[in-house]
Design a protein around this ligand. Structure first.
Ligand code: F6R
Length: 240
């Protein structure tokens, strides 16, 4: 595991964007696994800037996102599809048909989960998966559990996750309780993983996940078993 300390959020964003753009330059038709949330916003902003300068070409690249809220349509401003369009896709030359987010409106949720797993396989797997981390150690929406959930599945969100995500909604009541997320096995099968964590409030959980016991109670701890993880973090202390 490579652990890189950033000086600031801007520095973290530039370092993460550098790793993603190197992937695209080395393999233009790569599959990027992407995340939403507040942490990657600066990374996406940096990628857009470099695209505008002519340094990155997304025309052959595919993306597949980790998760989506159930019950939110793509044009709902709180949906993760909307987030991705606004924060990245509409500013770059990616073919929108090559960008994938789970369908939160799927009537048959089980079928949607299977479709999403098949899609990852059809794309040939994920070359580089970008991850954030929740305060409870979740990755994607894989919440702390008695066991690791392997494949794409429906999840009831933890109270801590609902509260953390309430900052994006007008009221706590409007935060969806249910989501669809890629599973741990799918994430772990990515060839490379880039975990980004920003702020003092993430320090304890990042240390626990990366140096504590591997347990489904801290889902990100499974990353200790992945052969190619890079962590870029920005907070006061060290991790190891
Ligand atoms: C979002 C996702 C989540 C976030 C995590 C951290 O697609 O997969 O696991 O990465 O909740 O969110 P922020 O970055 O807002 O702290």
């Amino acid at each position: 595991m490579k652990i890189i300390k950033a000086e600031s959020y801007q520095d973290l964003s530039r370092k993460a964007a550098n790793i993603l753009s190197a992937q695209i330059i080395l393999k233009p038709d790569c599959v990027l696994g992407l995340a939403t949330g507040s942490t990657p916003i600066g990374t996406y902003k940096q990628l857009i800037e470099w695209y505008e300068k002519g340094d990155i070409d997304f025309s052959h690249t595919s993306t597949i996102n980790l998760d989506e809220y159930c019950g939110l349509s793509p044009d709902n401003t709180q949906s993760y599809r909307y987030f991705m369009n606004e924060h990245l896709f509409k500013h770059i030359n990616i073919n929108i048909h090559n960008t994938h987010v789970p369908d939160g409106m799927a009537v048959d949720e089980t079928k949607e989960c299977q479709r999403y797993d098949n899609l990852v396989n059809l794309l040939g797997g994920i070359d580089l998966q970008l991850l954030g981390i929740g305060h409870n150690g979740h990755i994607g929406f894989n919440e702390p559990n008695p066991s690791f959930e392997k494949t794409t599945h429906i999840v009831m969100l933890d109270d801590t996750t609902i509260k953390a995500n309430a900052r994006f909604f007008p009221t706590l009541q409007e935060v969806p309780r249910k989501a669809i997320t890629m599973g741990i096995k799918t994430i772990m099968q990515s060839k490379k993983i880039l975990l980004i964590a920003n702020g003092a409030d993430k320090e304890e959980i990042v240390r626990k996940a990366l140096t504590g016991p591997v347990t489904p109670k801290v889902p990100a701890s499974i990353l200790q078993f992945h052969p190619n993880v890079t962590v870029v973090y920005c907070f006061e202390g060290g991790i190891l």
